[in-house]
Write a protein that binds this ligand. Structure first.
Ligand SMILES: NC(=O)c1ccc[n+]([C@@H]2O[C@H](COP(=O)([O-])OP(=O)(O)OC[C@H]3O[C@@H](n4cnc5c(N)ncnc54)[C@H](OP(=O)(O)O)[C@@H]3O)[C@@H](O)[C@H]2O)c1
Length: 245
């Protein structure tokens, strides 16, 4: 087996932002575990791309909201890489629905994946990571906008930010950082799904930079937080959004 000097888990890395985070961390020298829910073909393609560039990666299927799946994710990484240095809790879902009784099921789905999923991944990361470990969870800049239709999603991501701050305190004395990255609109399926051309154009024009974020914009911030220069950033929400205030 190749000598592995650092290893990371990225959940939800078969597509979108997670995929780009995995590719970026691989180019930073991490052996990377690609977590995914169902898209095996795309997860395998990320692994193949990393290996083709000389890196190390494996794909591990599992639901982040399932205790056994999350345990398997972490034990597979230990078996494959023999170490773990960084965990990026990126898997998430979004449906846009107003606050109405009929939408309680949508609320439950988002809380299950985004809150319970992040809770389990953070909990396992806290259990396994050693001195110098890094944890990053994905939130969203839309929390500050309180945009109609985003109620359940914003509620779920506000909970993610709360978990980050509490876990940073729970890890006192262990030299492990815990941060959130809160993107603005990023060009992925999650963002495009269900939006009209006009809505997309309007959202793209909102930041002073006047464009949508690209997954690499977010991956670069995660790379900093888990890299050698990010060690004094702890318990923060880093809003990576081109000025989408
Ligand atoms: N795109 C944006 O504008 C934006 C803005 C702010 C924050 N974010 C946050 O950034 C993160 C990534 O978003 P994205 O836009 O890259 O989403 P995406 O393109 O829809 O990709 C979602 C990823 O999460 C995985 N996933 C979904 N549910 C899962 C579950 N229960 N268990 C395990 N994996 C699961 C998917 O796996 P499969 O491929 O197998 O389904 C996929 O890899 C999310 O937390 C999202 O809330 C996104």
């Amino acid at each position: 087996m190749k000598n592995i000097s650092k290893a990371a888990i990225v959940t939800g890395a078969s597509r979108g932002i997670g995929r780009e985070i995995a590719l970026r961390l691989a180019s930073d020298g991490f052996a990377v575990a690609i977590g995914y829910a169902s898209n095996q073909v795309q997860a395998d393609a990320v692994v193949a791309e990393i290996i083709a560039k000389g890196g190390t990666a494996i794909a591990i299927k599992g639901n982040v909201a399932d205790v056994d799946d999350v345990s398997k994710l972490f034990s597979s990484v230990q078996d494959a890489f023999g170490r773990l240095d960084a965990v990026v809790s990126n898997a998430g879902i979004m449906s846009l629905v107003p606050i109405k009784v009929d939408n309680a099921e949508k609320l439950d789905q988002m809380l299950r994946t985004n809150v319970r999923g992040t809770f389990l991944v953070l909990a396992k990361a806290a259990e396994v990571l050693g001195d110098g470990g890094r944890i990053v969870a994905l939130s969203t800049s839309v929390i500050a906008k309180a945009t109609p239709g985003y109620g359940p999603y914003i509620a779920s991501k506000s909970a993610v930010e709360s978990l980050v701050h509490v876990l940073a305190n729970e890890l006192r004395g262990r030299n492990i950082t815990v941060n959130a990255v809160a993107p603005g609109p990023v060009a992925t399926e999650l963002f495009f799904n269900g939006k009209t051309e006009e809505q997309i154009m309007m959202l793209a024009k909102m930041p002073p930079m006047e464009r949508l974020g690209q997954p690499l914009d977010i991956a670069n911030a995660v790379s900093f937080l888990v890299g050698k220069d990010g060690g004094w950033v702890n318990s923060q929400v880093v809003r990576v959004n081109g000025g989408f205030a």
